[in-house]
Design a protein around this ligand. Sequence first.
Ligand SMILES: Nc1ncnc2c1ncn2[C@@H]1O[C@H](COP(=O)(O)OP(=O)(O)OP(=O)(O)O)[C@@H](O)[C@H]1O
Ligand SMILES: [Mg+2]
Length: 390
Amino acid sequence: MEKIRVENLTKIFGKHPHKALQHLKNGMNREEISKMTNHTVGVGNASFSVNEGETFVIMGLSGSGKSTLIRCMNLLNKPTDGKIFVDDENILEYNIKELREYRQNKVAMVFQHFGLFSHKNVVENVEFGLEIKGVKKEERYKKSKEMLKVVGLEGWENHNISQLSGGMKQRVGLARALANDPEIMLMDEPFSALDPLIRRDMHDELLDIQSKFKKTIIFITHDVNEAFKLGDRIAVLKDGEIIQIGTPEEILDNPENEYISNFIQDIDRSRILKAENIMRKSVMKLGRLTKPKIALGIIDESDFEYGFIIDRETGKVQGVIDADDVLRAGKEKINIEDVMHTNFKAVNKNAYVKEIIELALETKYPIAVIDDDERFVGRIHRGTLLKSLV
Ligand SMILES: Nc1ncnc2c1ncn2[C@@H]1O[C@H](COP(=O)(O)OP(=O)(O)OP(=O)(O)O)[C@@H](O)[C@H]1O
Ligand SMILES: [Mg+2]
């Protein structure tokens, strides 16, 4: 379901933004407007929508307009033109009271440089939003403590902010945003100031939090690997304009232009593509008790070298066979289950290709892909794995 819809959003900086807007509408580009009028088009004509529970990443180089755009989402920047719908209400039409309500209850922002109060301790920082809302001391303490636990800072309540490392500070920032229980989280390069290893921890933390709380997140980054790891969908911003929107797989498969191809060339695909992105769904499924003759017919008609034996009731994989096995079963008049191999490998549909490659080295069979209930959902051939990386 659509949570946010942005239509033709433009933000121009300068003395007479509406004059410059006319130039933009008449087809002048950012550079020309800058030269001629000394105005900066921070964001030009951006349109996109974000679904409920989605992590929508906006990626672009420094100066491309990322902060300008995300600050429009809570009206820290007042757009020059366009519409921003949240739950089908145009937030640009909000009066002061409605806007306050929106900022206090619906959205929370996490900043790159943490935005914490150094004179308040950890828990007081987390409580801040609740305090503004007038939540009673006891209740906001309880909620904040709970959120500190969620971000892995249990026991740090009374420490000073200055005693914390960067990663811990950002965990406090996250806890503060979460404590308000916002429906939407706006995150402007929240992890950019952190070391790579700590950053990776924070990615996992965020994915974990997201699987629990299912917030609608707009996440800004200039790091393509971060974008592709966290984003359900990604918008690429260049010179204030969105030049492509898509899922990580769509962008990898179909970069809109050379700029994007260059941008994504350093991506480590094995950490982004998952089993379900590269598996083949059409599978030759056989039952344990399928007669060898019939099995052979099925194998013959398919282009698969191997067949998976699936339990018809539970949907679980029981084994794998090839045509030679079936021939042998026919000749020796024994059942498929007597010739199937049970030493196959299976991976969850959310496993990354990187992990699957390691598994693939341990088996000659295709790899079974299973869902959370261990039901068979697809198969991956060893060759497909390598192809997915180029
Ligand atoms: N308050 C402002 N007044 C004038 N120009 C501004 C203002 N804020 C941003 N800009 C200009 O708008 C453009 C986009 O800036 P913005 O901060 O949105 O980029 P960014 O993608 O967030 O960059 P970074 O990765 O460095 O944070 C830049 O050219 C910047 O100089
Ligand atoms: Mg920025």
